[in-house]
Design a protein around this ligand. Structure first.
Ligand SMILES: [Zn+2]
Length: 189
């Protein structure tokens, strides 16, 4: 949480980051409460790979975290809101877990052999009693993107946060960077 002194309000700051090596991967990205893409404040270019890719600032957001070891995945989707307090004082972050999946399995090598499936699938999760756990449908697109990020070797770009559309093209189809176009195709499949 950060405080905007000009607007006199508290906001949340999220940094989309992560990437992968063959053996492990981790990716964190953000969306709104409906699972839709948010626009970044700034993209981040970095010398190192698998690092920070973009910054988003908003009064509320949903974080989507994926941790992968081989073909085993942990997923955490959390809704973050700020309870604003009286003017001039910092608010308080209220976080609520939307979905938590542990040790889900996805028996494909999305970093290599099965790369074409990256961005189209998510691991399957079961609870301790062996029952399948439902991933909220509104977060499927962002989770697919984050799973792809957790399989992106030497990741240097954003997988879900997006650039603001130029004003002139607000009603048209502004071209997206390559990585995002691939994601966009996956969503429309
Ligand atoms: Zn990547």
């Amino acid at each position: 949480m950060q405080y905007q002194t000009l607007a006199k309000r508290s906001v949340l700051r999220g940094v989309e980051s992560g990437g992968a090596t063959k053996a492990i991967g981790r990716y964190v990205t953000y969306c709104d409460e409906k699972g839709d893409r948010m626009t970044w404040l700034q993209p981040i270019d970095s010398v190192a790979v698998n690092g920070r890719h973009a910054v988003v600032i908003a009064p509320s957001l949903v974080s989507v975290e994926v941790f992968r070891v081989g073909n085993t995945y942990d997923v955490l989707i959390t809704n973050h809101d700020i309870a604003q307090s009286s003017e001039g004082r910092r608010g308080r972050v209220e976080s609520r877990v939307v979905f938590r999946g542990r040790e889900g399995h996805l028996p494909l090598d999305l970093t290599g052999e099965d790369k074409q499936a990256a961005g189209q699938i998510v691991p399957e999760f079961f609870n301790k009693a062996g029952e399948p756990m439902e991933i909220p449908t509104e977060f499927m697109s962002v989770l697919k993107a984050a799973v792809r990020g957790a399989n992106c070797l030497g990741c240097t770009h954003q997988h879900y946060l997006t650039a603001a559309k130029p004003k002139a093209a607000a009603n048209g189809d502004a071209p997206l960077p390559d990585a995002q176009q691939e994601d966009r195709q996956v969503i429309t499949v």
